[in-house]
Design a protein around this ligand. Structure first.
Ligand SMILES: [Zn+2]
Length: 167
């Protein structure tokens, strides 16, 4: 984990060196203190959570607190009963969009939506253009493919080396 953070910081530093303007987007997570880049309009804020887990964790916590407070009062209770009644009915047609390409939804192919958004923000900031999420997914798939190719090559080399130099 520490090695991963180290790698991330090396990358972040080199990005900031080549794009000094992005310094104003640099903020620190208020929970785990990690540095990350945010949208320029959030630059300088000290109350942000990082996209590596803190934001999601604390958002969940906040919404739990909110709904507990909400359902504790009598009006909220009635609403909840109505909601539960609605939920019990079988869903006729699927509300989920079917046009969503595979991998875009978190869970389906393991892409974390928040991370995807963060990568999209980073790429748009670095390349100074707006980038679609589809483009990011395609880019990530390409990078991951190359990565696994590289790893396979390394293993091949190791096997060849072992054949030439048996233990
Ligand atoms: Zn954090």
């Amino acid at each position: 984990m520490a090695a991963l953070v180290g790698q991330y910081y090396v990358l972040l530093r080199s990005v900031l060196r080549t794009k000094p303007l992005l310094r104003r987007c640099l903020v620190r997570c208020r929970h785990c203190r990690i540095f990350f880049l945010t949208h320029p309009c959030n630059g300088g804020r000290k109350d942000l959570g990082c996209p590596f887990g803190c934001r999601r964790a604390h958002r969940k916590q906040r919404s739990t607190v909110r709904s507990v407070a909400y359902y504790r009062d009598p009006i909220g209770k009635k609403k909840k009963q109505a909601l539960n009644g609605k939920r019990a009915k079988p869903r006729s047609e699927g509300n989920r969009p079917t046009a969503c390409p595979a991998g875009l939804e978190s869970g389906s192919a393991g892409w974390n939506r928040l991370m995807l958004e963060y990568v999209r923000l980073l790429v748009s900031l670095i390349e100074a253009r707006s980038v679609s999420r589809t483009e990011i997914v395609q880019m990530l798939q390409r990078v991951l493919r190359q990565h696994s190719l590289g790893r396979r090559r390394k293993i091949d080399h190791a096997v060849i080396w072992l054949q030439e130099h048996p233990p």
